[in-house]
Design a binder for this molecule. Structure first.
Ligand SMILES: Cc1cc2nc3c(=O)[nH]c(=O)nc-3n(C[C@H](O)[C@H](O)[C@H](O)COP(=O)(O)O)c2cc1C
Length: 416
């Protein structure tokens, strides 16, 4: 079993070889941790809570997602939720606790005391908002974990239903909080997952020790997992890429074609994305710009290796204004000089680079070169591709359709 733990942890670095634990293996690992290896329960709780808080902080920054509701249940997860809330407070979030059936062991009462000493509020059932979407940016589901047997009882059944409703289709136009589940989404079967498909659909699942078998089904990519707007879906995958440790998810391949259909591709950096489209910056005198002026139709391609995710985007391109270009121009100026001097003298190049560095080291604004600016591709087709170990890869495509004179995104599954 110790070998199993080691290989589970090792495989976390390679998503293709993640091993998933059965309920029996989880119990056996716990037995080893608390037995032969001499861990105490509070040590494991502290580690779990810190892992949850750190994972949240990695993806959902406190300046955008400050209001966190941590829901602690009667299962084994309540301590993890309490510790996570304490760390989230120190990381700059504003956590609020909902902890109806408190465990009265010293470990838990101590954590409650610590949270109260930090003035972290505890909500009663009367104070819990009917609609959780308005008051919170993040919901931490630390209700049941893998300890749930049978159907959840009141007030937890109603609470789970409230969380499920947050992501139902008729709510999709409203901004709803992201759901972070601890170890096993509440109500799911540890091995079989969301058996009837009507359970919580977490945006983030924080697996403790190693993922349980249910996490495998949570990572399967089907129409139910897509959000209605492809830009929100794209943003979700960018967040996933960052959460998976990818520091730079924004390089993309830009393909353009000349008026006589000759194609060319190159890497560019995604500078921003919103409902209007995907923005990058480049030189107005470059080949890509010339081709865009002849033929505005272009394609973008993203690939995030660790997750085996690919996104293809097609649409027409227009020039646009881009704010905060300073950092790009620093690179631009160096590249420009590189191009100009490549054929001449390497020493002159270094000298010029040093001069530029000294000139702008005081933080003064680098003037925007006349022939450098932004371009935006407005998407009409986006394809999200997820590679599966089975090689039955999933391809889901959004395309624009007119419904009652209004553009609406339609989702189709593509094959092969
Ligand atoms: C990772 C990476 C990022 C790049 N980002 C940009 C960019 O944001 N803008 C740009 O003009 N060129 C960028 N380049 C350089 C382009 O790939 C390309 O060489 C250059 O823009 C000239 O392309 P063109 O002659 O086809 O127009 C990048 C290259 C790499 C490898």
């Amino acid at each position: 079993m110790a070998g199993k733990i080691a290989s589970s942890l090792e495989s976390l670095n390679d998503p293709d070889s993640i091993s998933y634990l059965t309920q029996k293996e989880v119990a056996e690992i716990d037995e080893i941790l608390l037995g032969d290896l001499g861990f105490s329960v509070d040590q494991l709780m502290e580690l779990a809570g810190l892992s949850v808080a750190t994972s949240i902080a990695e993806v959902y920054k406190p300046n955008e997602y400050s209001r966190v509701l941590v829901i602690c249940g009667p299962g084994n997860n309540d301590g993890d939720g309490l510790v996570a809330a304490r760390h989230l407070h120190h990381f700059g979030y504003k956590p609020v606790l909902y902890y109806p059936n408190r465990t009265l062991e010293a470990l838990h009462t101590g954590l409650v005391t610590q949270l109260k000493s930090l003035s972290i509020p505890f909500l009663s059932i009367e104070n819990l908002p009917m609609d959780l979407s308005n008051d919170f940016d993040i919901l931490v589901d630390a209700l049941f974990g893998f300890s749930l047997h049978g159907a959840p009882r009141p007030p937890f059944d109603g609470l789970i239903q409230k969380i499920v409703c947050l992501h139902s289709n008729d709510r999709i136009s409203q901004k709803s909080p992201v759901i972070v589940s601890v170890d096993v989404p509440s109500g799911w079967h540890v091995e079989e997952g969301d058996v009837n498909g009507e359970g919580i659909k977490p945006d983030m699942l924080v697996s403790l020790t190693a993922p349980k078998l249910c996490a495998k089904s949570s990572s399967e990519f089907c129409e139910d997992h897509l959000v209605a707007d492809p830009i929100d879906q794209f943003q979700k995958w960018v967040d996933d890429a960052v959460a998976a440790g990818l520091r730079e998810p924004n390089p993309m391949v830009l393909s353009t074609a000349s008026k006589d259909g000759k194609l060319s591709s190159r890497m560019v950096m995604l500078k921003g994305v919103d409902k209007e489209g995907f923005v990058w910056c480049t030189d107005y005198e470059s080949r890509k710009t010339r081709e865009i002026s002849e033929n505005p139709h272009a394609a973008l391609l993203f690939y995030w290796k660790g997750l085996n995710h690919q996104v293809k985007v097609e649409g027409a391109v227009q020039s646009c204004l881009v704010k905060n270009l300073r950092s790009i121009f620093i690179v631009f100026l160096v590249v420009l000089r590189l191009q100009q001097l490549l054929a001449s003298n390497w020493h002159v190049l270094h000298q010029e680079y040093k001069e530029l560095e000294a000139k702008f080291s005081d933080g003064s604004l680098i003037p925007k070169p006349e022939h450098w600016g932004g371009y935006r591709l407005k998407p009409v087709i986006l394809e999200f591709w997820q590679g599966e170990q089975s090689h039955l890869h999933d391809r889901l495509q959004y395309s624009i359709q007119e419904v009652n004179g209004r553009p609406v995104w339609k989702i189709d599954r593509l094959a092969p």
